[in-house]
Design a protein around this ligand. Structure first.
Ligand code: ADP
Ligand code: MG
Length: 331
């Protein structure tokens, strides 16, 4: 088996969201006791409804959200960092190796900079290139990889469509030569027809450059079509992780089942076991006791309401956290 590039162990990210003078502060665990291992060279999907903690988990891996408990390790063979104990100098190096592609190609690009300057900025800020010639050469190489027309480097971002702008932000994320990319809802703001183009570009880049991706999306159909491994999140918890084909062929968590059922073209047994997902995701400031999904789960019974299930190995690399998966879905 390939070595993990990123290992997240029992990660909790806690935010304080309210102050009180009588000593009662309000806290929220955006991520709760999450463990994932992202193999080098994989296109790893993270999926779940809005508010489930996906962005926070991605940001913690980039050292852009606090690691309140647990650990995040990065090891690309050249360097190895424990992100809870990383020094300032190491963090500077880590910023070159681990990059974020934003969701919104409109908001992410400065309207007053040319495309060339937008892509070049990280090189200058990080001190990667020394001369203008060197910078220009690197910018041109990356622009070509991202299928941008070199003529366009002199223009401003407003001249471009959503798909082109997203290619500019991808080029900007790649220019420092990262090993690891977090792509957070990177196609969510695009028209469906453009989404496939950008996804293909990301996949091609990943293969050509041997990169590792954490691909975050609220849309299981996008994840199922692009990722080789998937983790499903619910209310800050990981509820199921598996190689995509295994998740697709035999989902073992009622939440994953329900997500598949919502996509008729992806649901392996759409007629027989369709489960509609009803109700709202509970507030993370006041999560229900026991299994966090029990308030919406059609199979919840006694123990589900009192005891929180642990993520356990179901089969090889397939993990699930549900008290009842054996009797319900162990086909
Ligand atoms: P997702 O990306 O799955 O939609 P997020 O990670 O953005 O989920 O958010 C998870 C939960 O954490 C949400 O309830 C959100 O309101 C809360 N949250 C995220 N960032 C912060 C923050 N900086 N301060 C306080 N609460 C936050
Ligand atoms: Mg998000």
């Amino acid at each position: 088996m390939n070595k993990p590039l990123v290992s997240v162990k029992n990660l909790t990210v806690t935010y304080q969201i309210g102050h009180s003078f009588v000593g009662k502060n309000t806290y929220l665990n955006a991520v709760n006791d999450a463990s994932i291992s992202i193999t080098k060279g994989s296109f790893y999907g993270l999926v779940g409804e809005s508010g489930s903690g996906k962005t926070t988990l991605g940001r913690a891996i980039l050292k852009a959200a606090p690691i309140s408990k647990g650990s995040v390790h990065y090891d690309d063979g050249e360097v190895s960092y424990d992100l809870s104990a990383i020094s300032k100098i190491e963090l500077k190096d880590y910023r070159k190796r681990a990059q974020l592609i934003f969701q919104d190609p409109y908001a992410a690009l400065s309207p007053r900079m040319t495309v060339r300057d937008i892509i070049a900025e990280p090189l200058e800020v990080m001190g990667i290139t020394k001369t203008r010639e060197e910078t220009d050469k690197r910018v041109r190489e990356i622009a070509q990889k991202c299928r941008l027309n070199l003529e366009h480097l002199r223009r401003f971002p407003h001249a471009f469509s959503g798909g082109q702008r997203q290619r500019i932000s991808i080029a900007r994320a790649l220019v420092s030569g990262p090993q690891f990319i977090v792509a957070d809802e990177s196609v969510a703001a695009l028209d469906v027809s453009i989404q496939a183009d950008v996804l293909n570009l990301l996949k091609d880049i990943q293969r050509e450059m041997g990169l590792t991706f954490l691909f975050i999306s609220h849309d299981l159909s996008v994840v199922a079509h692009t990722c080789d491994h998937v983790a499903v999140m619910y209310l800050g918890r990981l509820v199921e992780t598996a190689p995509t084909s295994q998740l697709f062929n035999s989902p073992k968590h009622p939440y994953t089942k329900a997500l598949f059922s919502a996509i008729p073209s992806l649901d392996p047994d759409h007629d027989s076991q369709a489960q509609k997902l009803e109700g709202e995701i509970p507030s993370p400031t006041d999560p229900p006791p026991g299994c966090k999904f029990h308030t919406r789960c059609p199979f919840a019974e006694g123990i589900c309401m009192t005891e929180e299930p642990k993520l356990e190995v179901a089969d090889g690399e397939h993990e699930v956290s549900c008290h009842r998966w054996r009797e319900l879905f162990n086909a």
